[in-house]
Design a protein around this ligand. Structure first.
Ligand code: ZN
Length: 159
């Protein structure tokens, strides 16, 4: 059963309000996370609490319990010269930018002469999220996973 301190593997399909698939797990690669450590959006984490291997569920998550509401003060002007591929830059393009000690996804919302306007809202901010989930595995977290606050999937983890 899923409780805090369990590592959970699950497959998911994420659709927006229009029913378009905006994200999904790869067929042989379920998402692995540490329950209770806020590795996934709060609305989904709450819905998974107490579930078991083999359970399938549909979860609707409001923006507040998902990637947050759209915020107006999240835009920034950046000089065009700061972009390596300035010629290919277009409105709607997304890129990762380091903010503090983490990477945020930014979206280009406007290009004016030598300036680029970017928006740091998460691409799914303001969206109601529909998750279809099937739970593949549940195990106890290791001591180092609990210490790090995230799941280690065996290979590919370098610390
Ligand atoms: Zn770690």
């Amino acid at each position: 059963m899923i409780t805090s301190g369990k590592v959970v593997s699950f497959h998911y399909t994420l659709k927006n309000l229009e029913g378009e698939v905006v994200d999904q797990s790869e067929a042989d690669q379920p998402l692995i996370y540490l329950h209770g450590a806020q590795n996934i959006v709060p609305g989904l984490e709450i819905a998974l609490e107490g579930k078991s291997i083999g359970d399938e569920l549909d979860v609707t998550v409001s923006p507040e319990d998902g990637y947050g509401l759209l915020q107006e003060d999240m835009t920034l002007e950046m000089p065009l010269s700061q972009f390596e591929d300035a010629d290919d830059l277009e409105v709607g393009a997304q890129f990762e930018i380091e903010v503090g000690d983490q990477f945020e996804i930014a979206t280009v919302t406007d290009i004016q002469d030598d300036k680029v306007i970017v928006d740091f809202n998460h691409p799914l901010a303001g969206e109601t999220l529909h998750f279809s989930v099937s739970i593949v595995d549940i195990r106890e977290a290791t001591a180092s996973e609990l210490e790090h606050g995230h799941a280690h999937d065996g290979d590919g983890h370098s610390h």
